[in-house]
Ligand binder design. Sequence first.
Ligand SMILES: [Mg+2]
Length: 105
Amino acid sequence: MTGVDDLAGRLRTFAAARDWERHHTPKNLLLALSGEVGELCAELQWLPTDAASENWGPELRQRVTDEVADVLIYLVRFADVCGIDPVAAAEQKIEHNESRFPPLP
Ligand SMILES: [Mg+2]
């Protein structure tokens, strides 16, 4: 079991305990995911383009961390509801990209 499997199971339990499964349709979860990506983008929207992460103050870092969590939660929940293993999908995609874009000699 991976960390992602643990997270998916915890989210499944969380939703079931609140009778939220009926709200967790793929469409609803994708819209929620999209909203959270927007919230993550909004945290960095007006920073200078070259602002490095180490220049973030602790409050901004915490807000970005919170939004990363929201994005991951909705992505993992969406994949779980759709029966997709996101880690296997990512590994498959990386393998595809490794053959599509060979390393420099
Ligand atoms: Mg959020």
